[in-house]
Design a protein around this ligand. Structure first.
Ligand SMILES: [Zn+2]
Length: 425
């Protein structure tokens, strides 16, 4: 009776199978789980209770616990219980389709049944999931989840195909990929998994692989030192640039206690095009952000999370012959050292670690911030926390610390909300 009561309470459909529960996955022991309204979970048997993604008529599926949260198993918690009686192991609740490197062709997803895949990824390997489809025939979105099914990142572009990447520099880890149909009733796709070695601890790259584009992987924890602050579709860069970035942010995290992750804003698309081009727009000047040579990141900030966005007041606009007040009265430079929210010490450390890779051509930053970061680098050298040669390198690579007009003419406006890293071509 308890099962029946929970069943009716949860609204998962009636025991005679007349309900509307959807079959969306399978547990290790073969039981299906079905849900309605995206939050109520019931269990059944995948083989006998599911037909075409829904509960078969007369199915014996039952609700496992009147689940009222938004997790995917059948309990009432947030996927952190250790209840041995509910039959769900929260560290591995879904028996998704196991996958490895290679291609699964002709997969199908419908609007009533998501598809789940499971990849066991060894430590230090980067895995890119490519879900290849024609957008016009139905819009597929994908999300990447950790071993507890916590969502790490989403790819939901409005164009053909979705790509999303995983890694864990610290340990072997199981990742889950969820494929959802956003529009349309059914859609077919190919799922391709490409695995590549990717280290976190050195700013080195070897061989032809350095030139290949890699996608910034979803952050598995704050420990990695970064977080995606833009759609994954615009997070492609040369392998060596990605490694230098991963090294730099990880080192800042280790250097300074309580360093929050740094946001990665726009880099390039998977074919090396400038972000926006495939959407009929171009968000960076000609010759930049192409072929994976450049990336934009946020600044380390003193006023909150290290996300992209203005790092000083934007209400003071100087009229200049170079065309200041660009954009209708918006000022694209900071005006004084006391009036910005950049954590200059962390920025000096970040640039310093980046410059150890020897591939950095030039770094774009706000002209006021540049001066303050160089002062911070001087202090770090005095304190023995930075090598003098790295500090000197920073002086040569950071542009532009000139006047407002000089920096505007040199093309270094617009770094009032992000910093730009450019590598040697
Ligand atoms: Zn840029």
């Amino acid at each position: 009776m308890q099962t029946l009561a929970l069943w009716l309470l949860s609204g998962c459909g009636s025991p005679d199978g007349s309900g509307s529960g959807r079959c969306i996955g399978e547990f290790e022991d073969g039981r299906a789980y079905a849900f309605e309204n995206g939050e109520t979970y019931c269990e059944g048997d995948m083989l006998h209770d599911c037909e075409d993604g829904t509960l078969r008529s007369g199915a014996s599926a039952e609700c496992g616990g009147g689940d009222s949260d938004s997790d995917v198993d059948s309990d009432s918690d947030s996927d952190s219980d250790t209840d041995p009686d509910d039959g769900y192991n929260d560290s591995d609740p879904v028996k998704a389709t196991p996958i490895g490197e290679g291609t699964l062709a002709g997969e199908t997803v419908t609007d009533s049944a998501d598809r789940w895949y499971r990849l066991d990824l060894p430590q230090g390997l980067h895995a890119m999931f490519e879900v290849l489809f024609r957008h016009a025939d139905g819009d597929i979105d994908v999300s990447l989840h950790d071993h507890e099914l916590v969502e790490l990142q989403r790819a939901e572009s409005g164009t053909d195909d979705e790509r999303i990447s995983a890694w864990n520099p610290f340990r072997n880890q199981t990742f889950y990929l969820r494929v959802t149909l956003f529009s349309g009733s059914s859609q077919t796709y190919d799922l391709r998994v490409v695995q590549t070695p990717l280290t976190h601890d050195e700013a080195e790259c070897a061989g032809d692989a350095c030139a290949e584009l890699r996608q910034l992987p979803a952050a598995v924890s704050e420990e990695v030192g970064y977080f995606p602050d833009e759609r994954p579709a615009y997070h492609f860069m040369r392998h060596e640039l990605l490694q230098a970035f991963l090294y730099a942010t990880r080192q800042v995290f280790l250097d300074v206690p309580d360093t929050g992750p740094l946001g990665v804003t726009q880099v390039g698309d998977w074919q090396g095009d400038i972000p926006g081009v495939k959407e009929g727009d171009q968000w960076h000047p000609d010759g930049t952000h192409t072929s994976g040579f450049d990336m934009d990141t946020a600044y380390y900030r003193t006023d909150g999370p290290n996300a992209g966005g203005y790092i000083c007041e934007d209400d003071i606009c100087e009229v200049t012959e170079a065309g200041g007040c660009y954009g209708g009265g918006i000022d694209y430079f900071c005006d004084s050292t006391s009036d910005h929210w950049v954590d200059v010490e962390r920025m000096a450390l970040y640039y310093g670690h980046f410059l150890q890779s020897r591939i950095i051509r030039v770094i774009g930053a706000d002209r006021i911030v540049v001066g303050d970061v160089l002062d911070a680098a001087d202090r770090l050298v005095d304190e023995g926390r930075m090598d003098g040669t790295i500090r000197n390198e920073m002086y040569g690579r950071l542009a532009c610390d000139g006047s407002y007009d000089e920096c505007f003419r040199a093309g270094w406006a617009f770094h009032v909300h992000h910093t730009h890293i450019s590598t040697i071509r």
